[in-house]
Ligand binder design. Structure first.
Ligand code: ADP
Ligand code: MG
Length: 255
């Protein structure tokens, strides 16, 4: 398993194609730019964290990438392929993007295994095999034929992770996925999630308002405020050299 803190692959003659790249994304609500010229890249094998206070535009950014909301300006690329600009639009289910939100909503009427296999195509046997292997890796293999309500919140969260990874997405979008969990569980699940994502070689764009979570999980932090990215860099650099007073206040407030 690669070390989570391995630096971004450096360009040596040719550029690495980012798993995700957004350019100059904008979204207006009632005449106000809630996402205002946001550009960022997520490189293969990396976790990039979009960090900022509540209301700064993180979820709106993620929803545009997922394709459930349309940007007013800007382009989105997955693995170098244009999936959305103001003229072209690949539908959400064909973007090769995985999603995980705080409200992970497993299907209550489907077994744990069927939840994980839900988005997969192909023969029944091979879908079950993929589900079993992912469930084994989140240590829930023995619950494949149980139902979500028989599991704890933390276990359901791990099933949701397995479900999101099942179709081998190129990039995983996570919107505050751990904030519904109690403190006691959270660190363990964060670490487990990270190692599974790295094993599966899935790049991640993680949204959070908690500096501590970003520091723990990210290879790269993009600090967002009022719809704009105000600073971007390695966690240590962003934390020790905040761009401005507001960034200092943000880091010290929440800690
Ligand atoms: P975050 O995820 O960082 O908390 P959001 O992206 O959810 O922020 O919201 C950014 C801003 O956009 C907020 O001021 C929010 O009220 C506003 N907003 C989000 N969705 C809508 C909408 N559908 N209509 C109007 N305003 C919205
Ligand atoms: Mg949000």
């Amino acid at each position: 398993m690669p070390d989570p803190k391995t630096p971004a692959p450096q360009a040596t003659g040719h550029e690495v194609t980012p798993r995700l790249e957004i350019r100059h994304l904008r979204r207006f609500f009632e005449g106000r730019a809630v996402v205002d010229d946001v550009s960022l890249r997520v490189l293969p094998g990396q976790v990039t964290c979009l960090l900022g206070p509540s209301g700064c535009g993180k979820s709106t950014t993620l929803r545009m990438i997922a394709g459930v909301e349309m940007q007013d300006e800007g382009e989105i690329y997955v693995d170098g392929r244009l999936i959305c600009d103001t003229l072209h639009r690949v539908p959400p289910e064909r973007r090769e993007i995985g999603l995980m939100f705080q409200d992970f909503a497993l299907f209550p009427h489907l077994s744990v295994g069927d939840n994980v296999a839900f988005g997969l195509r192909g023969a029944k046997d091979s879908k079950r095999q993929r589900a079993q292997s992912l469930l084994d890796r989140v240590a829930l293999g023995q619950y494949i034929d149980d139902y979500p309500h028989q599991l704890s919140g933390g276990e359901q969260q791990r099933v949701a992770l397995a479900r999101a990874l099942a179709p081998r997405p190129k990039i995983m979008l996570m919107d505050e996925p751990f904030s519904g969990l109690d403190n006691r569980l959270r660190d363990g699940i964060r670490d487990e999630t990270l190692s599974l994502l790295k094993e599966e070689d899935t790049a991640v764009l993680l949204v959070t308002h908690e500096p501590e979570e970003a520091m723990r999980m990210a290879d790269e932090i993009a600090l967002m405020r009022d719809g704009k990215i105000v600073q971007q860099g390695a966690p240590y650099n962003v934390y020790t050299r905040p761009a401005d007073k507001a960034a200092v206040a943000f880091f010290s407030d929440v800690n």
